[in-house]
Write a protein that binds this ligand. Structure first.
Ligand SMILES: O=C(O)CCC(=O)C(=O)O
Ligand SMILES: [Fe+2]
Length: 211
């Protein structure tokens, strides 16, 4: 049973209302090595049912196909990308970005500007091992902040140089921030699962020129 969808029956979500965010000085930082770190704040967004429901129904999700070697394959998740000048599809995302920037922009030296959305319909949807290395993530330290709503799915991280994989179960309303060299010295993935998994939406905030 999908608790996110079930909960949303009771919380229609008022788009004008800002859901409460926990203060970001409550994040717990884990140093991964090679200059990479992760900040985690479970339950950052309380009452995330409304946001899940609004994004699921109002975002113009689209499927993509990508060329892989000699064939074209379906990207196994739905996508929608908002550039830095695009209005976001929900005021709670504007509030999330503003809160992240109050906390992270001083240490990053620039604000998070773009918003990528991924919709994982069920356990067959996934993202393969990668770093966000299109653009400056391949050469410079940066920050990618992820707000996860809906069903819990594990986000895995592994060092490019080889070594143990670390696993974070990202639940409804949780925040995970990848920082430092994480995009170029580590990779991350959300693996497929054969266990029943409800829908999950991942919201990624990135600075200009990182993708
Ligand atoms: O699902 C997630 O939270 C991760 C998505 C991701 O890594 C990406 O879109 O680059
Ligand atoms: Fe990524």
């Amino acid at each position: 049973m999908d608790l996110a969808l079930q909960g949303s029956l009771f919380d229609e979500g008022d788009p004008g209302r800002e859901e409460p965010f926990l203060p970001l000085d409550g994040t717990r930082r884990t140093t991964l090595g090679a200059g990479a770190w992760i900040d985690v704040l479970p339950g950052w967004l309380a009452g995330a049912d409304g946001l899940f429901q609004r994004l699921a129904t109002r975002v113009p999700w689209h499927a993509e196909r990508r060329r892989m070697y000699d064939r074209t394959v379906d990207v196994p998740r739905l996508l929608c990308f908002y550039g830095e000048d695009d209005p976001l599809p929900d005021p709670t995302l504007e509030a999330a970005k503003a809160a992240l920037n109050r906390h992270y922009a001083p240490q990053l030296g620039e604000p998070l500007r773009t918003t990528g959305l991924c919709y994982y319909r069920d356990g067959r949807d996934s993202v393969a091992w990668h770093g966000d290395t299109i653009g400056r993530g391949s050469t410079h330290d940066t920050i990618v902040a992820i707000l996860s709503v809906g069903a819990a799915r594990p986000l895995l991280l592994r060092p490019r140089a080889g070594g143990a994989t670390v696993r974070y179960a990202l639940g409804h309303g949780d925040l995970l921030v990848m920082g430092g060299s994480c995009q170029r010295t580590w990779e991350h993935s959300v693996p497929k699962t054969s266990k029943p998994a409800g829908p999950r939406i991942s919201v990624q905030f990135r600075p200009r020129g990182v993708r």
